[in-house]
Design a protein around this ligand. Structure first.
Ligand code: TRP
Length: 371
């Protein structure tokens, strides 16, 4: 059976609805009315699905604590794709009031990608953490940890690594193979560690039972399904009162229309790119839904649905619903040209990054509060 969503492959998901149905992901939209201040990504359908997110909303309503957990594979520059997840962490921490656990998946990265632990640590701190802080992450209600170094407190650390080891008994070779295709010892270790990442905020050593939610791209759903199954098989040893919840966001397209990937600088806007680079990248490479000639564009109009600049505005840089609708309509009708659309994005990005890069400098002084 070909794997539709492989967490270690590159994905280009075309049909989110079909995929959701196939894997039992619930639509997010019906939950919106229960959320007082939904995030832009929720309001605009970019977070499109969930499993058991209603449990988190129940916790929020009752004023009970809950945990949001996410993991990052340190690789290259921090870009707009990463920002989608960072925005969600900050939203959970500051709007919904969750405690945020951020796991640096250095064991996974070491086993699956790059065998230099020092470099992985460096990227995690200087690319990811610094940008999270600059975007607004606060040290209160936050635990930032490395898979290779969970805690200096032996009680906590033992509890975490005990869970990593014991998780293995709750799955089988055949189940792993059905989910991940070919498997290697490195994959097995990475997966067991990730299971513990997701479940450990429920352990008594880490604050005792509370619901956990993991915001992910669909490519990570295989991990969620396996973790939920493993959690349900631990009734005797741990008796987790609930399975971890998850929410699913759409991938943000790369500049040229494919995947946004740290390994191809022309596919992303990094949060450290300078204004000239950004302008050059957008003007030259951003995939356009415009027509060949101005005459044709005026006559037939552009196609915002495939236009990357429009999508960046829609998902991140034009929060005003009236304004984004206006841009959509003007572009679609041919009144607005591709160059004009791109110019709007360049200007928004320039302002945002100028501020962000200042905050990133200030963030350097704060790193110690997180690690
Ligand atoms: N596997 C994730 C990735 O490829 C990283 C990760 C590790 C993770 N542990 C996690 C993600 C726990 C979510 C929850 O990026």
């Amino acid at each position: 059976m070909p794997l539709e969503i492989n967490p270690w492959g590159s994905n280009d998901v075309k049909d989110y609805e079909k995929l959701s149905k196939e894997f039992g992901i619930q639509p997010f939209e019906p939950l919106l009315k229960r959320i007082k201040e939904p995030h832009l990504l929720m309001r605009r359908g970019l977070i499109f699905g969930h499993r058991d997110f209603d449990k988190i909303l129940d916790s929020v309503k009752k004023g009970e604590s809950y945990a949001m957990l996410t993991g990052l594979m340190p690789s290259g520059k921090f870009h707009l794709g990463h920002r989608i997840l960072a925005e969600q962490m900050i939203y959970h921490q500051q709007v919904l009031g969750g405690k945020v656990f951020i796991c640096v998946a250095d064991i996974e990265a070491y086993n699956m990608r790059m065998n230099d632990m020092g470099k992985l640590r460096d990227i995690a701190i200087n690319e990811y953490l610094l940008n999270y802080i600059a975007l607004g992450l606060k040290p209160e209600k936050c635990e930032f940890y490395f898979q290779s170094d969970r805690s200096k407190d032996a009680k906590k650390s033992n509890a975490f690594y005990r869970l990593v080891g014991m998780a293995a008994r709750k799955t089988t070779f055949n189940e792993m193979k059905a989910i991940y295709g070919d498997i290697s010892p490195g994959k097995v270790m990475s997966v067991m560690t990730q299971v513990a990442d997701i479940l450990h905020p429920m352990l008594p050593e880490f604050g005792g039972f509370r619901h956990v939610v993991v915001p992910v791209g669909v490519d990570q759903d295989p991990h969620m399904r396996l973790t939920r199954d493993i959690a349900s098989r631990f009734d005797k040893e741990y008796g987790f009162p609930s399975l971890p919840s998850s929410t699913y966001h759409r991938f943000i397209k790369g500049l040229k229309g494919g995947k946004m990937s740290s390994s191809d600088p022309l596919s992303y806007i990094a949060l450290t790119d300078d204004p000239k680079t950004i302008k050059g990248k957008i003007m030259k490479y951003a995939f356009s839904g415009g027509r060949e000639t101005i005459e044709e564009h005026r006559k037939k109009g552009g196609v915002p649905e495939v236009d990357v600049s429009y999508q960046y505005l829609y998902s991140q840089f034009e929060p005003d619903d009236k304004k984004i609708r206006r841009i959509y309509e003007d572009y679609k009708s041919g009144k607005m040209l591709t160059g004009e659309l791109k110019q709007i994005l360049v200007e928004k990005l320039r302002k945002f990054l100028e501020e962000h890069q200042k905050r990133r400098e200030l963030a350097k002084k704060q790193i110690d509060k997180f690690i």
